[in-house]
Design a protein around this ligand. Structure first.
Ligand SMILES: Cc1ncc(COP(=O)(O)O)c(C=O)c1O
Length: 450
């Protein structure tokens, strides 16, 4: 017996198995809804009388099922607060399987995430309100796979102004984050893909899953070099190499563009944290010097938060149609309300103001980190949200940190072949909320000085 629970204030569908007794069936259905997260921790259940009427059961049957689940720890019942779903610790630990670990340690200095408590909720709400009121109804229909024109125009202006990108709204494709753009590109490229060594292992996996062979692109103190023949693309992080933190030397920028011109390969410029440079004006994007040979790829994951799932590709004209075709056959478009909101944030300059405030915060954190290193050094320039600290015994220091409740990134995973390669820490100083930052830094200092 499949029963909608439509009028109780929570939208839930309960599957009551006709083969079991009425009370047992209701208990099963509730346990299942709690385990699968359809009933979230803290959710209030309807009063027994109301649920009994809706399900056609005796009130006593519903009350007995609730009592049973309270006794089992699935529900809590407090006079005046009603019956609610309890927080089950083992469920909280079972995050979805993604490229990122979704469980937060007590002190989190892992790289890859900004301080998400800085998410500009008030500005976002204002922008959403303004944008939705102004948007034509057609914005909520199936649209151009490249994204809404209003956002592509806003991005073209913003990227040209702040990152020196040569951006034509017609060649921009709005994506659900950088990794989505990378997967789309990997699917349309014809041949192996060179990726920086060291680089993010997750991104190598994404390219491989799209059917491409990944070849290592070596990195030294001046960034990527030795661009290979016979590849379809090279994926690079010129503003701030991930993870080493070095910028691509001007001579290498020229060499990269010349290589792309000579071989016909495309450069994919991952500008994941290009807004965050602290010691000087940010370097403009390589794409600005060779828009026919470079894909510029950006993301809101560092500026707003990875949960926003917004990114953008600025494509050489020849790649627009293949990428649009790939998009048309996967997820069609990025959610229109999100696109409209970002467009308003950018055009109202609330996005710039937010980034300026974040830049101050991360710059201060980086300075404090560098002051805490006890003879160790942070590689790379003063930029971004993470720093690499070389260390001869990465495994031991990660274990010592874990014993302090402190999670850090390790460098070794980032090598294409970690055998014999140097280890170190990848410290995401952008990650923790302000109230745990000092404690996390103190714990890191203890681990490093041990
Ligand atoms: C090297 C690098 N590129 C890009 C990104 C942004 O990825 P996405 O937009 O898919 O969240 C990240 C985020 O951690 C990153 O570390």
């Amino acid at each position: 017996m499949s029963q909608p629970w439509a009028t109780s204030g929570v939208d839930l569908h309960l599957d009551l198995d006709p083969g079991t007794g009425r009370r047992t069936g209701l208990e099963h259905a509730l346990r299942d809804a709690i385990r699968t997260g359809r009933l979230a921790p803290g959710a209030r259940l309807p009063a027994t009388r109301r649920l009994a009427v809706e399900l056609g059961l005796a009130r006593n049957t519903v009350a007995a099922a609730y009592d049973q689940l309270v006794a089992e720890g699935y529900l809590t019942a407090r006079r005046g607060a009603g019956t609610r779903v309890a927080t089950l610790p083992q469920l909280a630990a079972d995050g979805p399987a993604t490229g990122h670990d979704t469980t937060a340690p007590r002190l989190d200095l892992r790289p890859g995430c900004p301080d998400v408590t800085t998410f500009p909720t008030t500005a976002w709400l204002r922008a959403t309100r303004r944008a939705l009121l102004a948007a034509p109804a057609s914005a909520h229909s199936y649209g151009d796979p490249r994204g809404l024109p209003v956002l592509r125009h806003a991005l073209a202006e913003y990227l040209g102004r702040t990152r020196g990108v040569h951006a034509d709204p017609d060649t921009i494709v709005v994506t659900c984050g950088y990794v989505h753009g990378l997967a789309l590109l990997a699917g349309v490229l014809d041949g192996p893909v060179a990726m920086e060594d060291p680089g993010l292992p997750f991104h190598r996996d994404v390219v491989r899953r799209a059917g491409r062979t990944v070849v290592p692109l070596p990195v030294d103190d001046d960034g990527a070099h030795s661009f290979p023949d016979h590849v379809a693309a090279a994926v690079v992080t010129p503003a701030h190499q991930y993870p080493t933190g070095v910028p691509l030397h001007p001579a290498r920028r020229h060499a990269l563009v010349d290589w792309a011109r000579d071989t016909g390969a495309v450069v994919v410029e991952d500008d994941y944290d290009g807004e965050f440079r602290y010691d000087r004006q940010p370097l403009g994007a390589v794409q600005g010097t060779a828009p026919d040979h470079v894909v510029y790829a950006g993301s809101a994951s560092k500026t707003l938060g990875p949960g926003v799932r917004l990114g953008w590709l600025v494509l050489p004209p020849r790649l627009v149609e293949p990428v649009v075709e790939a998009r048309r056959h996967t997820d069609l478009i990025t959610a229109a309300p999100t696109q409209l909101t970002l467009a308003d944030l950018i055009t109202s300059h609330a996005y710039d103001r937010h980034i300026r405030a974040c830049r101050l915060r991360y710059r201060r954190r980086r300075d404090q980190l560098v002051d805490t290193l006890h003879g160790h050094t942070a590689l790379g320039v003063s930029a971004g949200l993470h720093a690499v600290i070389p260390h001869p015994d990465e495994t031991a220091v990660l274990a010592a940190a874990a014993a302090e409740g402190l999670a850090l990134g390790g460098l070794r995973d980032h090598w294409h072949d970690p055998e014999g390669r140097p280890g170190g820490l990848v410290v995401g100083y952008g990650t923790p909320p302000e109230h745990t930052w000092r404690t996390a830094l103190d714990a890191l200092a203890r681990v490093l000085s041990a």
